[in-house]
Every structure is written in structure tokens, then in C-alpha cells.
Design a protein around this ligand. Sequence first.
Ligand code: THU
Length: 160
Amino acid sequence: MKDIKIESILTVYDNIEELPEEVSNLMDHAMLARKNSYSPYSKFSVGAAILLDNHQIVLGSNQENASYPSGLCAERTAIYYAGSQFPEAKILKMAIIAGSRIHQTMTPIPPCGACRQAIAEYEVKQDAPIEIYFMGETGKVVKSHSLANLLPLVFDKSVL
Ligand code: THU
């Protein structure tokens, strides 16, 4: 028997101004996308913006439903749009901004497990890392250099 240590490395920026311009621009797009969040039930608005290697930016926001499980997170809305509209493009980066409309969200909000799994599919498909940046409404921004870094022991097509 032996223990295995799994490490993830994250980069933390103090605020959006510290980001490289291309990324702060992408985060600005995520902020705009967040305005289209349809989240009357959770009152938690999330916006995501994806930069493709064809220079297109694809947006998504969380879309809720009276039948709660039928709703979809911002990250999956965006990545499925990218996959369906630009199937040949590589996904370079995703920026995510999230926060409650009931209280202020100052801590970075990471993508949920289901979204990590969905993003992982495209990272494996394109065989190139997708940078993920996430934040709350204000404050620090966290960068992961890849999705795999956020989802160790990923379940992917290699086991099928
Ligand atoms: N949500 C996202 O859009 N992304 C996540 O990664 C976590 C959660 C949405 C789903 C739901 O509309 C609301 O936030 C509260 O869970």
C-alpha cells in the first residue's frame, strides 16, 4: 500500500487589473454575459466567456428552469455553444464571474464538478490545455493553467 499525493497549482491575481490585457478583456465579456443570467430561483448570476483560436469570443450565462435540474450552468452553456458553432476551433481560455444577488460575493467561484467534467471533454478532444480564470463579483482572480489541473483523476474516453 502507498499514498499518492495529487497537487494542483493555481495562480492568484489580486484583482482584474493585474491580468494580462487579453484575459481582462475576456473577463469583461464574462461580466457582460452575466447580465443575461436567468436565475430567478437561486438569484446567483454567472457569466462565462470563451476565447477560441479563431479569435471568436463565445458567451454563456446560467439559465434556470422551474424544473430545477433542467437548468444549465454558464460554463456549459458557453462551451456547448462553442462546440456546436465552432467544432474545429480550439478553446484557449475561459473566464468566469459569479455572484449572488442577495449578498456580495468577494471570493473566486470555481466551476462546479459537472462543468469541469464538460470542459474536460473538450480539453481531451483538442489535446491542448484550456486556461480557466474565475472570480467573484470583485476581488481576486484565480487562474488554472488547464482544466485537468482542476479535475485530477478525470474520467475520459481513454477508459471506454
Ligand atoms: N452555476 C453556474 O452557472 N456555474 C457553476 O459552476 C456553479 C453554479 C449556476 C447554476 C445555478 O443557476 C446557480 O449557479 C446556483 O447554483
